[in-house]
Design a protein around this ligand. Structure first.
Ligand code: SF4
Length: 215
């Protein structure tokens, strides 16, 4: 199965009760080969109407924050833990999260990001399998087996609480440093691989440069 096929398979998903209130499934958007992925909680009113995550005021703030560290939406992939809007923007219920989570994990497997930025409590607790709150873990790179999780406050929460916005801005600058370090490590490992005596430099087919859209 491919990412597109996974998306197509969910178009009429009825696996949980959120199906009954949605306008459409909001699967995710962005670069399918992105090195950095952002994961939010659930579609809101505008996302449900437009079929795209983070298109309202929170999306505008996210775009500004991305711009502050030299990124834009085409550089990243963005999705939510649950793909259908909970009624009246209530929190997703545990059984809804558990039912939809495998599709998020599938998305991550297809995209293979190095870094997954979780936005808010739900995404952070879902991907870290923890009950620890976002305030305790935000702004830290937390290695997992296949990628690094970097928890951030949800932009919607930051819009409503000014103190959270300044912390979110601060954490994006930390994220910039994490990205810089990852890029440096990648460059170092690429250089060390290219100077390896075991690699046949005379055979252009044997040299596989590490290509990443972001780094
Ligand atoms: S939230 Fe997820 S599991 Fe529930 S109906 Fe939507 S796509 Fe299916």
């Amino acid at each position: 199965m491919t990412l597109d096929e996974l998306q197509a398979s969910l178009l009429d998903c009825q696996r949980c009760r959120l199906a009954s209130g949605r306008t459409q499934v909001v699967f995710g958007v962005g670069n399918p080969h992105a090195s950095i992925m952002f994961v939010g909680e659930a579609p809101g009113f505008y996302e449900d109407k437009q079929g795209e995550p983070f298109v309202g005021a929170a999306g505008k703030l996210l775009n500004e924050l991305l711009g502050s560290i030299g990124l834009a939406r085409p550089d990243i992939y963005i999705a939510n833990v649950v793909k259908c809007r909970p009624p009246n923007n209530r929190d997703p219920q545990p059984e809804e999260v558990n039912t939809c989570k495998p599709f998020l994990l599938d998305q991550i497997q297809f995209i293979k990001p190095q870094l997954v930025c979780t936005l808010g409590n739900f995404a952070t607790q879902t991907l870290l399998s923890t009950k620890v709150g976002i305030s305790k873990v935000r702004g830290r790179a937390i290695p997992q087996s296949d990628f690094v999780v970097f928890p951030l406050f949800h932009p919607a929460a930051a819009l409503h609480q000014g103190n959270l916005k300044s912390l979110l801005v601060e954490d994006f600058q930390k994220l910039k440093d994490v990205l810089k370090n990852m890029k440096q490590k990648l460059t170092d490992s690429s250089l060390s691989e290219s100077s390896s005596p075991t690699q046949d430099q005379s055979d252009p087919e044997a040299i596989q440069p590490i290509q990443m859209n972001l780094f």
